[in-house]
Design a protein around this ligand. Structure first.
Ligand SMILES: [Zn+2]
Ligand SMILES: [Zn+2]
Length: 131
């Protein structure tokens, strides 16, 4: 009995740790060979949720801080980027954000169509976990 309680506690701790960790992604296209740098998605221990966006001008995926998940001292200085609207991009309804590099339009896009060659070969691969 005592053993199973310990096991359950361990599982709950593991799951809650996982819940505050984010996933690192690499976006690639098997048709044209496009490959993004590593981008982060989800929240970390700092309680800031990262969203992956694609910028039409820079032709690259970026991660931007879009939401405070919970308040901790470490995230007081983080600036949150607000969405400027919602729009259809390559067939998906996407939130639009200002690009962190050029200030242009970046889409929170997670579809299958490659924004570079427009073929149906885009992959979001989980590359690492972060916190
Ligand atoms: Zn492509
Ligand atoms: Zn840009």
């Amino acid at each position: 009995m005592r053993k199973s309680i310990l096991l359950i506690t361990a599982i709950v701790l593991f799951v809650s740790n996982y819940a505050v960790a984010g996933v690192g992604l690499v976006v690639s296209c098997t048709n044209c060979g496009y490959k993004s740098k590593e981008v982060r998605e989800g929240g970390g221990l700092k309680g800031i949720e990262q969203t992956v966006v694609y910028c039409e001008t820079c032709k690259n995926f970026f991660d931007i801080p879009t939401r405070v998940q919970f308040d901790v001292e470490a995230n007081k200085r983080e600036s949150i980027v607000a969405s400027v609207g919602k729009e259809k991009y390559l067939g998906e309804e996407c939130f639009v954000y200002p690009c962190p590099v050029c200030g242009g339009r970046a889409f929170a896009y997670k579809g299958k169509i490659c924004p570079v060659c427009k073929k149906n070969n885009l992959r979001f691969q989980e590359a690492f976990l972060w916190d």
